[in-house]
Design a protein around this ligand. Sequence first.
Ligand code: SF4
Length: 282
Amino acid sequence: MSAKSEIEWTDATWNPVRGCTKISPGCAHCYAEVFAERFRGVPGHPYEQGFDLRLVPEKLLEPIRWQQSRMVFVNSMSDLFHEDVPDAYIEAVAAVMQHANWHIYQVLTKRSARLRDLLSTKLQSVASVPHIWWGVSVENRRVGLPRIRDLQQTDAGVRFLSIEPLLEDLGSINLTAVDWVIVGGESGAGARPIRREWVISIQRQCRTAGVPFFFKQWGGVRKSERGRTLYGRTYDEFPEVTRSSPPDRSRRMQLLDEMQAKLWPQPFVPVYGGQRPLRVLA
Ligand code: SF4
């Protein structure tokens, strides 16, 4: 976990999975891959295996140790619903989120079909809890709009869209049952352009539908130069946040022991190796 995040719409990041594989046009310049690959082969570094997908079971219980309530972006360096992450491991991540309920969790995926299927089956008990927000990435009409439909078919209590990198005009978006929209342009080397009218179209649709709108950035090769204002102001809106009070230290330690006992009978052993399927070793 990173106790502080530079991502504008969250406080912290938590990565019980590291690494991923590309699935759609929004992945072309994946910042997580660029970051992770810098450390491939560096002995002892968390990204010694570069961007190869792997479970990080030693990170599973981290949120229970953090006393201060935070907004936590789950798997900023991966995709929890990646096809090689076992259901049992996703259930373990969900169990930690359910019990460490003094944080707000922001779970974002491009694998929306798996999100939809699990939220109506193995993750049903956590789908609608108010401190776990479920979101999908939307970069264009072809792959992004079907992801919104998948999200709308779930019983998620809080649903959000991360429309970043916005690669084209999305046209008319169905915002039914959507609780939050984040919009941003691509940043970094090779950043693809964003147009002001695409952003304004989404912002207006959010206004009409009464959906909080968060404008993250214009992006570009040097994103700090282009800033994040629209109509001369920032848009930093959030859905209504329901927070539970953090428990004291002794209760957190007790919870840690309970969760350890609950999750550890099935030892999740990190399995390395790029595209190979991951296994839960019993
Ligand atoms: S799904 Fe996300 S983490 Fe995975 S490659 Fe694409 S952009 Fe990167």
